[in-house]
Design a protein around this ligand. Structure first.
Ligand code: ADP
Ligand code: MG
Length: 409
C-alpha cells in the first residue's frame, strides 16, 4: 500500500520539489502508475481530469533519467506529446518544477513559436521535450528534430488527441521513435474515442492502470443547489453566486445559443466573463483560457464540448447553470474544481423539470446534494416531491391519491 511519495522509490531531489510544490501525498493514479512505469512497463492509464496525471508520468520519467544518466550531450530522451499548445505549456511548467533540483534540460516545441527560437533550442542538449504532434512532425520532416534517442514516449490526453484528429500523426511519430524502450499513454477515459485500438498499436503489453473518480479526491467538493422558478430567477441566482460566493468560477451551459444569451445578460450586469464554445478559432479559445487562468476575468462560461480537456488550476466554483444530459457528465464537470488536494464548490441551479435529473445525479455519485436558499431569491414554486429513500423510480407526489395506484418499478 503506497501512502507517501517516500514509498515510491523516488530520488530525494524529487521529494524535495514535491514538498515545495505542496504535493504531500500521491493521488491514486500517481500511486498506481509510478511503480508500474518505474518497473519498465508500458502503461495505459486513465483517471479523471484533475487527479494528477501529469506528475504520474513526469515523476517516473525524471526518475528514469536520474537512474540512467546520459554519458554525453545529445538529443531528447523523453518525448511527451500533448494535444494543444496550452497543455504543452502547462506540462512543461510542471515538469520543470518537479525537476527543479536536477540538471535536466526541458523544452517545449509547439505551434505559434517563431522558427528561429526553436532552431536555437534544437541545437541544445535536451532531456525532456514536450510537444504538440503537428509542429513536432514538421521538425522531424525537415530533420531539425532527432528522435532516434527517444527512450520514452508519453502521450497525454490521448482521448483528446484522437478527438482532434491527431491519431495518424501520432502513429507516425511513434514509428519515428521506434527505438524507444517504453511508452505511456494517459487519458481521461478509455471508453469511446478509439483509445483502446490506438493504444494497442502504440503500446507493448501495457499494464492497465485505472483510477475511479477517486472518492478521496472527490470528497473535497462541497455541493449544493438552488431551485429556480424560471430563467430570470436563475440568472439572478447566478449573479448572486458570482458576486457573493465565488472567486474563480466555470459556468456550464447547455447550448451555444443559451451561452450567448447569458453572456449578454451578464454583460449588462457588468459581470465580466470569458467564454468557450464549440467551433471557436484556436487563438480566441486560447485567449479566453489565458484571461481566465491569469485572473483577468474570474468567470468562464462554457459548453461541455468546448470545455473538454482544458485544465485550469484553482477553479473555486463549478456552476451548473444548466444540468447536463447525464450524471457522468456532471461528475466530469465538477471534477474541474477541487483539484488534487484542494477544496472546491459545485453549485447547481435546478428548475422544476430538472429535479428528476438531480435525483439521478445523487444516486450516481452516491451522495446527497442539499438545497440552499438565498434570501430574497427564494423560489416561489413548491419543490416537486419525489419519493425519497426508496428505490422506486421518482414519481410525482399524489395529491388525490386515488387513481394512480400502480407504481413504476
Ligand atoms: P490531470 O492531468 O489528471 O487533469 P494535473 O496533472 O493537471 O491533472 O493535476 C491537477 C492539479 O493537481 C495540478 O494543479 C497539480 O499541481 C495538482 N496536483 C497533482 N498531484 C498532486 C498531489 N499529489 N498533491 C497535490 N496536488 C497535486
Ligand atoms: Mg492532464
Amino acid at each position: 500500500m503506497i501512502r507517501d511519495f517516500a514509498d515510491l522509490d523516488l530520488d530525494p531531489v524529487l521529494l524535495q520539489s514535491l514538498e515545495e510544490m505542496g504535493f504531500s501525498k500521491p493521488t491514486q493514479i500517481q500511486a498506481s502508475a509510478i511503480p508500474v512505469a518505474l518497473d519498465g512497463n508500458d502503461v495505459l492509464a486513465s483517471a479523471p481530469t484533475g487527479t494528477g496525471k501529469t506528475a504520474a508520468f513526469a515523476l517516473p520519467a525524471i526518475q528514469y533519467l536520474l537512474d540512467f544518466p546520459r554519458k554525453k550531450p545529445g538529443p531528447a530522451r523523453i518525448l511527451i506529446l500533448t494535444p494543444t499548445r496550452e497543455l504543452a505549456m502547462q506540462v512543461t511548467e510542471q515538469v520543470k518544477s518537479l525537476a527543479k533540483y536536477t540538471r535536466l534540460q526541458i523544452f517545449s516545441i509547439t505551434g505559434g513559436v517563431q522558427y528561429q527560437e526553436h532552431a536555437d533550442l534544437l541545437a541544445a542538449t535536451q532531456d525532456i521535450v514536450v510537444a504538440t504532434p503537428g509542429r513536432l512532425m514538421e521538425y522531424i520532416e525537415s530533420e531539425t528534430f532527432d528522435c532516434r534517442a527517444i527512450e520514452w514516449l508519453i502521450l497525454d490526453e490521448a482521448d483528446r488527441m484522437l478527438d482532434m484528429g491527431f491519431g495518424p500523426v501520432v502513429e507516425r511519430l511513434s514509428a519515428e521513435c521506434r527505438w524507444r524502450k517504453q511508452s505511456l499513454l494517459f487519458s481521461a477515459t478509455l471508453e469511446g474515442h478509439g483509445v483502446e485500438n490506438f493504444s494497442a498499436r502504440l503500446l507493448k503489453d501495457p499494464q492497465i492502470v485505472q483510477s475511479d473518480p477517486s472518492r478521496r479526491e472527490r470528497k473535497k467538493i462541497t455541493q449544493w443547489y438552488y431551485r429556480a422558478d424560471d430563467l430570470p430567477h436563475k440568472v439572478e441566482l447566478l449573479k448572486h453566486i458570482l458576486a457573493e460566493q465565488s472567486q474563480k468560477a466555470i459556468v456550464f451551459i447547455k447550448t451555444r445559443e443559451r451561452l450567448a444569451e447569458l453572456r449578454g445578460m451578464l454583460e449588462k450586469a457588468s459581470i465580466e466573463c470569458a467564454w468557450l464554445q464549440g467551433e471557436m478559432p484556436q487563438d480566441r479559445r486560447n485567449n479566453a483560457i489565458t484571461r481566465f487562468r491569469d485572473g483577468s476575468v474570474n468567470v468562464l462560461l462554457a459548453t461541455d464540448v468546448a470545455a473538454r480537456g482544458i485544465d485550469i488550476p484553482d477553479i473555486s466554483h463549478v456552476i451548473n447553470y444548466d444540468l447536463p444530459r447525464s450524471a457522468d457528465v456532471f461528475v466530469h464537470r465538477i471534477g474541474r474544481t477541487a483539484r488534487a488536494g484542494k477544496k472546491g464548490t459545485a453549485i447547481s441551479l435546478v428548475e422544476a423539470h430538472d429535479q428528476p435529473m438531480m435525483d439521478r445525479i445523487c444516486r450516481y455519485q452516491k451522495e446527497e446534494i442539499k438545497e440552499r436558499f438565498v434570501d430574497g431569491l427564494r423560489p416561489q414554486h413548491k419543490k416537486p416531491v419525489f419519493k425519497k429513500k426508496k428505490k422506486t423510480k421518482a414519481s410525482p407526489a399524489k395529491k388525490t391519491g386515488k387513481k394512480s395506484t400502480k407504481r413504476k418499478k
